[in-house]
Design a binder for this molecule. Structure first.
Ligand code: HXC
Length: 521
């Protein structure tokens, strides 16, 4: 008869098995991982969670595949550590791929573990942080790996708009493996040779196109943070990636049924935005740093900018005003004069939709001369892309407050959120200029014949521009028509936003029932 060993022995055996599981691919591979300047999956999770503690799930799960020697290469955990813990006291789920196990490659079990973590996170309404470090689809598991990716992608989509999803790119990501990160809300990428992501790597790029490019120039953090816009945040180290994840989470509700977390920041709600009026130059053609305005309005000058290095003509990010989280969308007159191009529209639209999905009120700070003209933009579809911003603002049901700081012209005036598009409150500074187009362009169209026929065309042009300026280069014409709720002193900007947000706290707005809208993509 089989006699069970004493419980002490069983516990000892369990401890040994756990020890083995915690070692992933073993000491040698852990050392190799460290030699590349990378932390292990467990070290990363320990940094993320409060007191370094987390609750693991499916610790002993391993592959069922046997092909290509996998029957002899069975690792507990199957190359990914999954579980939950607390981040600043709030429940967060996470998975961290373990490169020391079969290169962190994703097979059937590995995918199942990620899916399971998502299922639990969705049941309880908690964010998911994914730490990616993987050679991609596990080649030995063939189409099962691809099926696994399909399951992960589906969970990413099911979770989209329900729980926040943040990805840290902490290793390679090639082929379709890049698409799970791409389906999440935010990607944080670390700078350095060990970190890259692309659909097709340098070797195939060379064979197919004859184009020679390094791993970093094709898919490093700098490329994705500045050129492709794939990455929302670029950081210098893994520790910084974790710190940023925590900071980002501090602005987000745990799920779409919650309000974003209020924090008493100690910054008085009714203070002046002192000195804010000195930032905007009198000369309407002169640029200035819109961020300076943001810093003076928000609590303690703290602003977490998203996509800081990409599409810099628009600024988006999170801040608190009187302790309440807001999403800020602001034009940047230092870049293309603050005009909106394809990338800026994409960037803003995605941010607006994120805020709307997670109950984060939107504040627009406007200084834009319009959409960017020219064949480059038209051929690439500025119509299609520009429409995204209109769509996103019109669709959003969160409180929306607009402050027109200086120029607000044409389609871009509408795209920055005006009353007819659904803005709840629209304020303007006395420096505001609101019109269909800028003075010179307008006059050249309205008075083309007169200017052509005049003996002194320059004088006529100047005179007509002066007339046009007098009428439209101020906020009062629009305010008289009720398009602007109030013209405010710049120092009162914070106060009116605080009051507006307070009033709008109970805002409820409904949309026609539908399966989903069809945002122009
Ligand atoms: C199985 C893999 C693997 C993979 C790496 N390994 N990637 N095993 N499937 N996809 C294993 C290696 O064989 C090696 O095992 C160990 O992991 C470490 O890998 P190295 O190559 O030594 O590491 P490094 O030099 O750092 O190179 C990392 C890498 C390279 C650039 C990622 O491993 C690589 O090119 N891997 C294959 C990438 C790839 O083609 N993946 C499929 C992409 S297509 P040993 O035991 O020898 O140390 C895809 C489709 C998804 O992902 C589709 C979704 C729709």
């Amino acid at each position: 008869m089989y006699e069970k060993p004493p419980v002490e022995k069983l516990i000892e055996e369990l401890r040994q098995l756990k020890e083995k599981a915690y070692k992933g691919g073993g000491d040698e591979r852990i050392q190799f991982q460290h030699s590349k300047g990378k932390l292990t999956a467990r070290e990363r999770l320990a940094l993320l969670f409060d007191d370094g503690k987390f609750n693991e799930i499916m610790t002993f799960a391993t592959t069922r595949a046997t092909e290509f020697g996998l029957d002899k290469q069975r690792f507990y955990g199957d190359g990914v550590v999954t579980g939950w813990g607390k981040v600043d006291g709030r429940t967060v789920f996470a998975y961290a791929q373990d490169f020391t196990v079969l290169g962190g490659s994703l097979g059937e079990t590995h995918a199942n573990k990620i899916v399971r973590a998502y299922e639990l996170a969705l049941k309880v309404g908690a964010p998911v942080v994914g730490i990616n470090d993987s050679g991609g689809a596990r080649i030995q598991e063939g189409a099962l790996s691809l099926e696994g990716y399909g399951a992960v992608f589906k969970m990413n989509v099911m979770a989209s708009g329900v729980i926040p999803q943040i990805t840290i790119m902490a290793g390679p990501a090639a082929g379709g493996a890049v698409y799970s990160p791409a389906l999440t809300d935010f990607i944080i990428m670390i700078k350095g040779d060990a970190y890259y992501m692309f659909v097709t790597g340098p070797e195939i790029t060379k064979v197919v196109l004859g184009e020679e490019v390094s791993f970093q120039d094709l898919g490093g953090a700098v490329v994705h943070a500045t050129k492709s816009g794939v990455v929302h945040f670029m950081v210098d180290s893994e520790q910084e990636a974790i710190n940023l994840t925590k900071r980002l989470l501090s602005y987000l509700p745990s799920n779409n049924m919650e309000e974003p977390p209020y924090i008493d920041t100690g910054d008085p709600a009714d203070r002046d935005a002192t000195g804010v009026e000195q930032i905007v130059p009198n000369d309407a053609a002169k640029p200035y740093n819109m961020r300076e305005i943001i810093y003076k309005i928000v609590d303690n000058g703290e602003f977490l900018e998203v996509h800081k290095h990409w599409a810099q003509n628009i600024i988006v990010g999170f801040a608190r005003i009187a302790g309440n989280v807001v999403g800020i969308v602001a034009n940047n007159p230092e870049e293309f004069g603050g005009s909106i191009d394809i990338d800026a529209a994409d960037k803003a639209a995605r941010f607006i939709r994120f805020c709307d999905a997670f109950n984060i009120p939107l504040i627009s700070l406007v200084d834009t001369p319009g959409y960017v003209p020219g064949t480059d933009q038209e051929y690439k579809g500025i119509i299609r892309h520009g429409a995204k911003m209109l769509y996103a603002f019109a669709e959003a049901t969160v409180p929306k407050i607009t402050v027109i700081v200086r120029k607000s012209y044409g389609g871009a005036h509408i795209a920055m959120s005006i009353k007819s598009l659904g803005a709840d409150l629209v304020y303007a500074w006395p420096t505001a200029e609101i019109a269909v187009t800028g003075p010179e362009g307008a006059v050249r169209i309205l008075y083309r014949k007169e200017i052509q026929q005049a003996s002194n065309p320059d004088d006529v042009l100047k005179q007509r521009i002066a007339e046009y300026r007098k009428l439209f280069a101020n906020p009062y014409w629009a305010a008289e028509k009720g398009l602007v709720d109030d013209v405010i002193e710049p120092k009162d900007t914070r106060r009116v936003i605080v009051a507006g947000l307070e009033m709008l706290k109970t805002k409820r707005e409904y949309r026609y029932p539908k399966k989903h809208g069809n945002i122009p993509l």
